[in-house]
Design a protein around this ligand. Structure first.
Ligand code: SAH
Length: 214
């Protein structure tokens, strides 16, 4: 794995594009600039790594579009030291972006192959603040709860109840919610009394959140 000036140049272009599309949080843009997205691609496809598009990563899954990763990350308002639960590790790219922003990341994937592959890549990159779990995201990860922030990166038909219980008061959960091929990006903020204040941020299309491990 090599990160050349050419790759860095392409990343700078990508950052300009997503800034133009509405990402304004400089810390998010800095993380996209810092994390080599091509490390998450098979070597035959690395020329696609800096297009602002999703891309297949095997097991019928995709690495999310860079704009979408940045958009969800911006909604999380990540602070250094935040403890963040991610549901849907996939390639591991989103987890790397959060770790680059100095969050402590707990990430769950239901596909064994992706769980293994993402871990290998992240280990090679040297990130220390990411822990990987094979499991069903509908259960969350109670052992390490509560979390400051939670991010779901697959299309959830509804907000999973158990996961909501694992969020700290004052914390956010950001998730694409919807049953069909289109989901609505939602952010729910947990109040001190345990109630949620909900906001919506437009339509996106994710691979579905599926029950059980694979
Ligand atoms: N964050 C990823 C996006 C991957 S796509 C990235 O940066 O690449 C969404 C992922 O969610 C897929 O890998 C899919 O297998 C996973 N997924 C779907 N349902 C799940 C569930 N119930 N629990 C955990 N992961 C799930």
């Amino acid at each position: 794995m090599e990160d050349t000036y050419r790759h860095k140049g392409m990343r700078n272009q990508l950052v300009k594009q997503i800034a133009h599309k509405g990402i304004s949080d400089e810390k998010v843009l800095e993380a996209v600039r810092a994390v080599p997205r091509h490390f998450f691609f098979d070597s035959a496809f690395t020329e696609h790594a800096y297009d602002d598009k999703p891309f297949p990563i095997g097991s019928g899954q995709t690495i999310s579009q860079p704009f979408t990763v940045a958009f969800q990350t911006q909604l999380l308002e990540v602070q250094p030291g935040d403890k963040i639960l991610e549901i849907g590790t996939g390639s591991g790219y989103q987890a790397a972006i959060l770790a680059a922003m100095r969050a402590r990341v707990y990430t769950i994937e239901r596909h064994r192959d992706l769980y293994k592959k993402s871990q290998q890549i992240i280990d090679k990159m040297g990130f220390k603040r990411i822990q990987f779990f094979l499991g069903d995201g509908y259960e969350g990860k109670e052992a390490y709860s509560p979390y400051d922030k939670i991010i779901i990166t697959c299309g959830a038909p509804f907000m999973p109840e158990k996961v909501l219980d694992q969020l700290k008061p004052g914390g956010y959960i950001v998730a694409p919610i919807g049953e069909g091929s289109i989901q609505e990006m939602q952010r729910w903020e947990k109040q001190k009394d345990g109630e949620f204040v909900k906001s919506s941020y437009g339509n996106f299309s994710f691979v579905p959140m599926i029950k059980g491990k694979h």
